[in-house]
Design a protein around this ligand. Structure first.
Ligand SMILES: C[S@@+](CC[C@H](N)C(=O)[O-])C[C@H]1O[C@@H](n2cnc3c(N)ncnc32)[C@H](O)[C@@H]1O
Length: 575
């Protein structure tokens, strides 16, 4: 993680520290956030606005519980590491943005384990390399065409904008240069003038010219002219504009070592600490004093935990956040793997601690440590605080990385674990339900926490297929837009197998179709729909039925150590 090649406005970026082959995949945790959706902060809660830059729509990471009837009800998800850090170069992307996740409670169950309420069950959200990435290259995602142009002063690279810049160069500017042969200094001056124009969406051609020196551009052009016939004419990656933009997203390894932080010293595995879920483990020997992790911090100023209060409990993310008992300031790290670091009750196992960066950095402004909580409340447009995680002693390869969350956390956990009442209702999370077909109402029912939903998609009239056995019902109509999120509750009445003789491979063989009853909000009677295919039906966890939603679940921030609390942040007298 190091300052982005896109400039100050893009803040940090994530870089490949070594050559990465196509399809290489990174895995990260996904923390569901219920406190709000993207862009939808409660009036008066300015403090949470910064979070908009760091959250994704819940369904992208398979956070399905409350993704039931429509998209409006979905909530956000926080994916630290690459998920939070990568910038977007749209058409120039080299990774597929973080998506998906695996639900896994590490074999803990609510019938016996207090720990299940306290950590996120979602892990292995994936980010995949979509081309070979050379060491030193910044990882760039495709956020979607509509998001990135809103960051002021950041170069946008929509496909058609790059096309316009390329056309301008190839069809107008370079022919003009070739025809009139202005002096080398005039060519240089004209190029510098065009480059100096600010990025503008209504000036696509000039806004996307490569930010490189003219002599490199003309040399590359002439070289391309010579090799055009034999070497990939028409190949998108070989255009002048793309070539130079790609080049400009690279740094040397020496520069990264000097200016960045390695995010590869830790990996996630099942913790050695009972009830803790997953933990962070050293991927190599880490001598005392090594910065084993680095994390920028999403800050909340005066509204601290209040932002995350859901009316009857706190959002899970406060278990991943830092706060001192004497201050409302709350800090949530988003560096790679740092959120996996667990608390050691046995202090001889504590091998890292957090510290403020000792220097000015793109995501660390030391003067913020002299400012007040009100200042942080008002500063919602950027990240300005970061932690280093420093090794307190030599750490062996494979050793679990552990820190001290503070005595208040320790007491809260001990109290919570001692009074935990096991929940004996049968419970199987949707993600752990392995059947390949849907159960009908005549078969053994699903556990209480599960519910079936269907796309609302059926014929406009009742269709009678067989006069001798007329069935009153509508038939399924394939979805024109299968990604349409609109679903309704349904009861599965009947399942019948269908054989496919035609086709080959996956088309051949057997599958099931269903007759379902749709429960529509605007109709008193259910609507019966026949011939519903397997992918027209969904099994969901009932909203708020999962372990991490359980009332009274464990919630407690990690303590910001006393010696790190800036006196100017003190604004709370602890009870
Ligand atoms: C910052 S997260 C650490 C990563 C977490 N283990 C996970 O799997 O996502 C803090 C949470 O880890 C768990 N945890 C950390 N240390 C623990 C300990 N010593 N005993 C029990 N649970 C612990 C609790 O669930 C806590 O809310």
């Amino acid at each position: 993680m190091a300052p982005s090649t896109l400039g100050e406005d893009a803040n940090l970026g994530m870089y490949a520290g070594r050559d990465i082959p196509t399809n290489f995949t990174w895995h990260e945790m996904a923390i569901p956030l219920l406190f709000r959706e993207w862009g939808d902060h409660k009036p008066g809660y300015r403090d949470g606005v910064l979070w908009d830059r760091y959250i994704w729509e819940g369904d992208i990471m398979n956070i399905e519980t409350y993704q039931d009837t429509n998209r409006e009800k979905s909530r956000a998800v926080f994916v630290p590491g690459i998920g939070c850090t990568v910038n977007s170069l749209l058409d120039m992307n080299n990774i597929l943005s973080t998506h998906g996740s695996i639900y896994d409670t590490v074999d803990l169950h609510r019938s016996k384990d207090p720990g299940v309420t306290a950590f996120t069950p979602y892990h292995s959200a994936q980010t995949r390399a979509v081309r070979d990435i050379e060491a030193g290259t910044e990882l760039m995602a495709m956020y979607g065409d509509f998001w990135i142009p809103d960051i002021p002063n950041v170069q946008v690279t929509l496909d058609y904008e790059l096309e316009q810049a390329e056309l301008f160069l190839q069809q107008r500017y370079l022919p003009w240069i070739t025809k009139y042969k202005p002096s080398a200094s005039l060519q240089h001056g004209l190029w510098e003038l065009m480059k100096s124009l600010p990025y503008q969406r209504n000036n696509r051609a000039l806004s996307n010219l490569p930010r490189t020196e003219w002599k490199h551009v003309i040399d590359y052009y002439l070289q391309q002219q010579q090799s055009k016939s034999k070497d990939g004419a028409g190949d998108k990656d070989k255009t002048i504009v793309r070539h130079f933009i790609r080049q400009s997203t690279k740094r040397s390894i020496e520069w990264l070592q000097e200016n960045g932080y390695c995010q590869d010293h830790m990996e996630a595995k099942t913790s050695t600490i009972p009830q803790a879920g997953r933990g962070a483990f050293a991927t190599r020997a880490l001598p005392q004093g090594t910065i084993v992790g680095y994390s920028p911090l999403v800050h909340i100023g005066t509204q601290g935990q209040e932002i995350f209060w859901l009316g009857d409990r706190y959002d899970l993310v406060i278990n991943y956040s830092f706060q001192h008992a004497n201050s409302t300031v709350m800090l949530t790290p988003y560096g790679g793997m740092v959120n996996y670091i667990n608390h050691a009750f046995d202090k001889s196992r504590v091998n890292v601690r957090v510290q403020w960066l000792r220097r000015e950095f793109v995501a660390h402004k030391p003067h913020w440590l002299q400012q007040t909580a009100e200042f942080l409340h008002d500063t919602v447009d950027k990240i300005g605080l970061s932690f280093e995680y420093v090794a307190l002693r030599d750490i062996e390869p494979g050793e679990e990385i552990l820190m001290d969350y503070g005595s208040a956390w320790e007491q809260a956990w001990e109290y919570y674990a001692a009074q935990y009442t096991p929940i004996t209702d049968p419970y199987v999370a949707r993600a752990q339900w392995n059947e390949t077909h849907y159960r009908t109402q005549d078969e053994e029912s699903y556990t209480e926490n599960l519910v079936t939903m269907c796309y609302e998609s059926y014929s406009s009239t009742v269709i009678v297929e067989d006069d001798e056995d007329p069935e009153d019902g509508y038939v399924w109509v394939p979805m024109l837009r299968p990604e349409d999120p609109h679903r309704v509750y349904c009861t599965v009445l009947e399942r019948y197998s269908i054989s496919h003789d035609e086709g080959d491979g996956d088309d051949k063989g057997q599958s099931f179709e269903y007759t379902v009853e749709l429960h529509l909000k605007d109709k008193d009677e259910p609507v019966i729909v026949r011939h519903v295919p397997e992918d027209g039906i969904f099994l969901y966890d009932r909203a708020f039925s999962q372990d991490w939603h359980l009332p009274g679940g464990f919630r407690h921030p990690i303590a910001l150590p006393d010696d790190m609390l800036p006196p100017s942040w003190v604004n709370v007298v602890p009870e």
